[in-house]
Design a protein around this ligand. Structure first.
Ligand SMILES: Cc1ncc(COP(=O)(O)O)c(C=O)c1O
Length: 302
């Protein structure tokens, strides 16, 4: 018997145990990576910045010429229902639209596909476990491959073309690092598997501009920085801006604000372990989430 707390999915208009959810093999969402998605989270019964995630999802759909069969209000109800059926207090929640199977599988015209909507909720995912975050992680700058450039696939459109990010992650693990940040073909720092990057130097936060997903947690960092009187800006950054930084951290829905201890095996300027500014932002992020900042109660959507 499947346990609802392991996850619940919405597929084709019905709710099923996550382990039983499937998409048709010939959906180009699978065979072509022709799909967009967004990930939000629930912490202690509250969605975080749900409207921002739903807005970004529909913008991704537009950029990919996908029309999922739902509007924002309907989608929010589907996601809340997935969470409620798991009974989880804290959850990782995803919405997906795929191109949908061809009406006639021998005709490859994508306009004939009926676009889909999927959603699911499962226990909250930490891409870096909290204890490891407090120590500070080992980050590698990937050398084996580059982030797909915006001229090929617009990174603002959150999509499933993850082979570049997965390759970077494998390289990081092979090098005994926790994860990797990738550079663009013209040597600019971009992002990594599931996160944006910030560097801190002389008290100023900087994050790559232009060749990244505009992360909702990244946006949250700008708001926290303003409240804490820290300057924060988008900038063109090179790997040297990371290796010579005082501190660095990652930002993601799946883990929050995650301090970096080493880059390519070397400690950053502030010394060993997680940096003080990164730790302060991390503490502030979780304190505010606990206090209901940017919150939408799951129960308000049922
Ligand atoms: C490639 C990429 N960059 C950045 C992020 C962080 O975005 P957010 O803070 O909205 O979770 C993600 C999140 O999954 C991602 O996949």
């Amino acid at each position: 018997m499947s346990n609802p707390a392991d996850g619940i999915a919405y597929t084709n208009g019905s709710y099923v145990p996550l382990g039983e959810a499937a998409i048709p093999l010939l959906d180009p969402g699978f065979t072509r990576g022709d799909a967009v998605y967004d990930t939000t989270s629930v912490w202690k019964g509250n969605f975080f910045r749900l409207d921002d995630h739903v807005e970004r999802f529909f913008r991704s759909c537009e950029r990919a010429r996908l029309s999922p069969p739902a509007d924002a209000e309907g989608l929010k109800r589907v996601l809340a229902s997935c969470v409620a059926q798991t009974g989880l207090e804290s959850a990782f929640v995803q919405m997906i639209s795929t191109r949908g199977p061809y009406q006639d599988p021998t005709n490859r015209d994508p306009r004939q596909c009926e676009n889909t909507l999927y959603g699911f909720a499962l226990p909250y995912i930490w891409i870096i476990q909290p204890a490891r975050q407090l120590e500070g992680i080992d980050l590698a700058v990937a050398t084996g491959n580059r982030r797909t450039p915006p001229e090929a696939i617009d990174p603002r459109m959150k999509n499933f073309n993850w082979l570049d990010l997965q390759k970077g992650l494998f390289e990081a693990l092979d090098r005994s690092a926790d994860t990797a940040v990738l550079c663009t073909p013209d040597n600019r720092l971009s992002e990594g598997p599931g996160f944006n990057l910030f560097v801190v130097r002389d008290g100023v936060l900087r994050t790559p501009v232009g060749n990244v997903l505009e992360g909702i947690t990244r946006r949250t960092v700008f708001e926290l920085a303003a409240d804490l009187d820290l300057k924060a800006e988008e900038a063109d950054l090179l790997a040297a801006d990371l290796t010579s930084a005082d501190e660095a951290f990652l930002s993601s829905t799946a883990g929050g604000i995650m301090p970096v201890a080493t880059v390519n095996g070397q400690p950053l300027g502030h010394g060993p372990g997680a940096g003080p500014v990164s730790l302060q932002l991390r503490a502030e992020y979780w304190a505010r989430r606990e206090a209901g900042w940017h919150a939408t109660p799951v129960s308000s959507l049922l």
